[in-house]
Write a protein that binds this ligand. Structure first.
Ligand SMILES: [Zn+2]
Length: 609
């Protein structure tokens, strides 16, 4: 396996600007030295996601995700480290001269998952053109899909066999953990065997935005099968909510047209794309949600929804329409005849008829009101309708967009704007009250630091101080506070790394700290430490901080002694009760107390400043 030379990695790291990269997907507002915005990794209404460009890091106070520019690209695009480097190199025009080396056995799990999907794609594709796949190919061709399109999108066929794909896998290279995580297999009942998940299905490879296969959607060829479509489950490389079918092919066209047509199914997508409407994407295995919206936002903020003409399609249009509106999209909706889906409409009526529909497509609010005329007939039903609508509008983030929508609703429903605004304010108040009540009993979870005891706090503060620019303090802590006194399960490994870097005279730049393979918990603590170190109150000088360091050190160094002293006291009491000899215990106690006293006074005597 080829490798990126370390000098190129450095180049990429130096060039990759976290603010610029995050800004592509998150709207950021400056506050002091930091920038804040809505977190792209969890759903939230008030910004708790921050970027510190001078340190080159990001951190979310809500879900705890944190890291540098490379981590951000990995997390957001759901790709591995090397892929992220490649992406950034491309972005900044840095040439990668691949080095030979590092064998396949060293490959990370992610790389193996990508690879096994490539094997699956090639295998399924080959089967479509085999004799056993003929019926599927005939079916696709009878529906008007030509070979070019099928090949361009690597459409394939999974045989009606339990081990079709499995027989293609070199189990020496792909261990059972990888097979299980790939989502391509299911374990047999006796757990001893892997069986193909997809059987007798037309297979549509689903790619991430950089074009790597991450999952499959399969359409059954069995008329008795209940599940017409089946998708890969979520896996380490397949984040359903962030993946849109076809985007890797259509992104350029979307940027060019400054608009995207959203359809529901794979065949809808293929029909549009092959008919020349290339600025199109489809969902993949799950209803459109705000993650999808944000993934799209990188390319455009104008959408045309084009779902099935039936009632289910209408419901989906409404749901998606509101999500997109809330995320700041300009949304229009095409209404197809009730017995048409986008695929059938385009196939039967032709591209011009569709383009006319598309051009004349009303704005989403207009479309929504038109479709709900029945709800406007009685005052009671109209009130209910307006309430639902206002509750949706109140979640539109951009106030300018919201004002526009309110104007439109007022005009169409013959209401006073002020009435709608006051109702929106009421919704906000209710939500705020609900949120406050909800926060009261929220405690654990990844987003919370577990700093409970005095030693937890001391370890946190010391690690934070190592991250400051005060060399004397950093030197003092790393030379005088032994690592073995750290006990916190998350802070300890971080402290180890910090000590190591200080001792080896390595730079402790915040962004570089994230280059290690930290766990999510560790990343959470690390980014909090970095941010806290950066925002130490201005009035604290070096002496104050040294004092803080010594206090923390005292807590840690005497903690074990304190515990032993407590235990001894209990033992002495018990001994007294049973009339046993307490003398050796009392002696031990006084020794421990003396030792504690010595440590305390020794630490107190350290000259500060
Ligand atoms: Zn978050």
């Amino acid at each position: 396996m080829a490798r990126i030379p370390s000098i190129t990695v450095e180049q990429i790291k130096n060039r990759a600007d976290v603010l610029e990269i995050v800004s592509d997907v998150v709207q950021l507002k400056q506050r002091g030295r930091n920038y804040f915005g809505l977190c792209p990794f969890h759903e939230e209404k008030t910004p708790s996601f921050s970027v510190n460009p001078s340190m080159g890091i990001f951190h979310c106070f809500g879900c705890g995700k944190g890291g540098n520019a490379i981590t951000f690209v990995m997390e957001h695009e759901n790709i591995d480290y090397v892929e992220a480097l490649k992406r950034l190199a491309e972005r900044y025009g840095i040439q990668i001269e691949w080095e030979k080396g590092a064998d396949d056995f060293q490959k990370g799990e992610t790389a193996l998952l990508y690879e096994i999907h490539e094997i699956a794609r090639d295998y399924y594709q080959k089967q479509l053109y085999s004799s056993k796949g003929k019926r599927s190919l005939d079916y696709l061709e009878s529906r008007g899909f030509d070979k070019n399109t099928l090949q361009q999108f690597s459409v394939g066929f999974a045989l009606d066999e339990w081990d079709g794909l499995y027989s293609q896998i070199d189990v020496k290279r792909f261990n059972s953990k990888v097979l299980e995580k790939s989502g391509l297999f299911i374990k047999s009942k006796d757990k001893n065997r892997f069986l193909d998940r997809f059987r007798n299905r037309i297979m549509f490879p689903i790619c991430n935005v950089s074009g790597r296969v991450v999952a499959f959607g399969g359409r059954t060829m069995d008329p008795d099968e209940d599940a017409k479509y089946m998708n890969s489950p979520e896996t380490p490389i397949y984040f359903k909510s962030g993946t849109l079918y076809g985007l890797e092919h259509s992104k350029t066209a979307i940027q060019l047209e400054k608009e995207v047509v959203l359809v529901e199914g794979y065949t809808d997508f293929l029909r549009f794309y092959s008919s020349g409407i290339k600025n199109v994407v489809a969902g993949s295995g799950t209803a459109l949600n705000f993650h999808h919206a944000r993934a799209l936002k990188r390319f455009t903020t104008r959408t045309v929804l084009c779902y099935d003409g039936d009632e289910a399609g209408q419901k989906a249009t409404e749901r998606s329409g509101f999500i997109l509106l809330k995320e700041g999209f300009d949304v229009r909706a095409v209404q197809l005849p009730a017995d048409d889906d986008p695929d059938s409409y385009l196939k039967n009526k032709g591209i011009e008829a569709f383009q006319k529909l598309q051009q004349e497509a009303p704005g989403f609010i207009d479309h929504y009101i038109r479709n709900h005329q029945a709800d406007l007939k009685t005052p009671a039903s109209k009130t209910r309708f307006v309430e639902t609508l206002i509750s949706e509008i109140s979640e539109v983030k951009n106030p300018v967009t919201r004002d526009f929508i309110v104007k439109e609703v007022a005009e169409k429903l013959n209401l006073r704007e002020e009435r709608i605004f006051s109702q929106i304010r009421r919704v906000y108040q209710q939500k705020r009250r609900g949120a406050e009540a909800g926060n009261g009993n929220k405690s654990s979870g990844i987003s919370e630091l577990q700093i409970v005891t005095a030693t937890d706090k001391a370890e946190f503060e010391l690690s934070k101080l190592i991250l400051t620019d005060f060399e004397d303090i950093v030197g003092f802590i790393t030379s005088k506070v032994p690592l073995k006194v750290y006990k916190h399960s998350v802070i300890t490994p971080i402290a180890k790394e910090l000590y190591k870097r200080v001792r080896e005279n390595q730079a402790i730049t915040p962004a570089s700290l994230f280059d290690r393979d930290w766990s999510d918990q560790e990343k959470l603590y690390l980014s909090r430490l970095i941010l806290d170190a950066e925002s130490l109150p201005e009035h604290l000088n070096e002496q104050d901080l040294m004092k803080l360091a010594i206090d923390c050190m005292t807590v840690l160094m005497t903690d074990q002694l304190g515990k032993s002293i407590k235990e001894l006291r209990t033992k002495i009491k018990e001994a007294e009760k049973s009339d046993a000899d307490t003398e050796p215990l009392v002696l031990e106690l006084s020794q421990l107390q003396k030792k504690r006293h010595e440590i305390r006074s020794k630490l107190r005597d350290i000259k500060i400043g």
